[in-house]
Ligand binder design. Structure first.
Ligand code: HEM
Length: 156
């Protein structure tokens, strides 16, 4: 992955600050993507963890094709990380936020905490170099997009 492609000169200061952390995220993401555990690949394991984290989450996905869902998340994670780098509101992030808004799938704020904690628990299982810095890197890579999606809960 080449995350610097969309950076702008005006973001130089924050880009320099975010680079080490984003690099840690990219390295960890590569490690987890390369592993298959007994529960399947990283994304399968994440969705199992997430769906089991609460009956509310299980209910939200009761009619969902989880193979398609897993593939969509794979693609959208890249867009979420681009957003952490340049904060540019793209059509894709706006569209994904719209899917989760109150008037569509109705995903309240607290479910994002479960989403992130489930993701981190899965990273911890799949990344044999997982430590506090790697955890912070994942939080930093995904935090801005999560905040964006929460802000758009009522808007769409
Ligand atoms: C930053 C966090 C999240 C990301 C990146 C994400 C990503 C996605 C993507 C890419 C889709 C497919 C959109 C489409 O159909 O075009 C989707 C759908 C969906 N997501 Fe999320 N999601 C996040 C958080 C959550 C949370 C916290 C929940 C809570 C249960 C959730 C529940 C759903 C549901 C119910 C759908 C629709 C599934 C269907 O089509 O049946 N998502 N999500």
């Amino acid at each position: 992955m080449f995350y610097s492609c969309r950076t702008r000169v005006k973001f130089t200061v924050s880009f320099v600050a975010v680079t080490d952390s984003i690099q840690k995220f990219v390295d960890s993401y590569a490690r987890v993507g390369a592993r298959d555990l007994e529960t399947g690949n990283f994304f399968d394991a994440f969705y199992k963890q997430f769906v089991n984290s609460s009956p509310i989450v299980a209910d939200k996905f009761r009619n969902t094709d989880m193979d398609r869902q897993r593939d969509m998340l794979k693609v959208s994670l890249d867009h979420m990380v681009y957003f952490a780098i340049d904060r540019e509101e793209t059509e894709e992030i706006a569209r994904v936020a719209g899917v989760h808004s109150k008037s569509r799938t109705d995903i309240p704020h607290q479910l994002y905490e479960l989403w992130l904690e489930s993701l981190l628990a899965t990273v911890a299982r799949f990344d044999n170099k997982y430590d506090a810095e790697v955890e912070a890197a994942w939080r930093e890579a995904l935090g801005p997009a999560i905040a964006y999606m929460k802000r758009h809960y009522e808007k769409n």
